[in-house]
Design a protein around this ligand. Structure first.
Ligand SMILES: C[S@@+](CC[C@H](N)C(=O)[O-])C[C@H]1O[C@@H](n2cnc3c(N)ncnc32)[C@H](O)[C@@H]1O
Length: 206
């Protein structure tokens, strides 16, 4: 039985896809990925499955095809940081998966703002809750994945309500793409309501 490859794509731009990830993708017959990730790779001669709110169908699709075809599940960023890997491991044993790392959007963001991240608390508000206010009090640096509910403005407002206003906030939007935008400001500045596309937030004393 073929192993199922789980491939980290990096933040999105093809320049940040690791050569190893590209060779696994090239060797695959089937690519399973979200729409944004599929746009970063050449899938013209592949069978594709677009991931949305259809995770149980995805598992069935993998089970039906993996015997005769090489299947890769391509996830954004790194496989080990809030990716589909955890869900896949509920359905397949570790020995059935071949996991290929990628550059996380978080790792990329810290590099772009020129800060180290070994001393940071890293978490996610993407479809989940997080004690980020408590963490911002405990740590000099906090890195957060966001979503449409927990936008940078909402994060900043929550920090202000809880008396945190001395730190710097960095917002990295569309990281690695042509329209990448990284902004730095006070927490108060970001509390103003604004629309954002996909972003990573860093709250830092630096
Ligand atoms: C489901 S999580 C996946 C995280 C991924 N495994 C990683 O290591 O970057 C999706 C969240 O990652 C962040 N993200 C991923 N790619 C991004 C990018 N190119 N620019 C900004 N944020 C990004 C956003 O916060 C997004 O809501």
């Amino acid at each position: 039985m073929n192993k199922i490859s789980v491939v980290g794509l990096g933040p999105g731009h093809p320049d940040y896809i690791l050569p190893k990830a590209l060779s696994i993708i090239n060797e695959s017959d089937i690519i399973i990925a979200g729409k944004r990730n599929l746009e970063s790779i050449d899938v013209s001669r592949k069978i594709t499955f677009i991931v949305g709110n259809n995770l149980s169908q995805m598992i069935e699709f993998i089970k039906e095809n993996r015997e005769s075809k090489k299947v890769s599940v391509v996830v954004s960023g790194d496989t080990g940081f809030y990716s589909m890997l955890r869900y896949l491991k509920k359905h397949f044993g570790a020995e059935e998966l071949d996991v290929i790392t990628g550059i996380s959007s978080m790792q990329y963001m810290f590099a772009r703002i020129g800060q180290s991240w070994e001393d940071a608390y890293l978490g996610s508000l993407h479809g989940r809750e997080n004690e980020f206010v408590k963490k911002a009090k405990e740590y000099d640096k906090v890195g957060l994945l966001t979503d449409n509910k927990w936008t940078p403005s909402k994060i900043a407002s929550e920090l202000l309500i809880n008396g945190i206003n001395e730190k710097n906030m960095y917002v990295g939007e569309n990281l690695s793409y042509e329209n990448e935008r990284i902004t730095k400001g006070s927490i108060e500045q970001f509390a103003e309501k604004k629309e954002y596309h996909i972003c990573v937030v860093v709250i830092s004393n630096e």
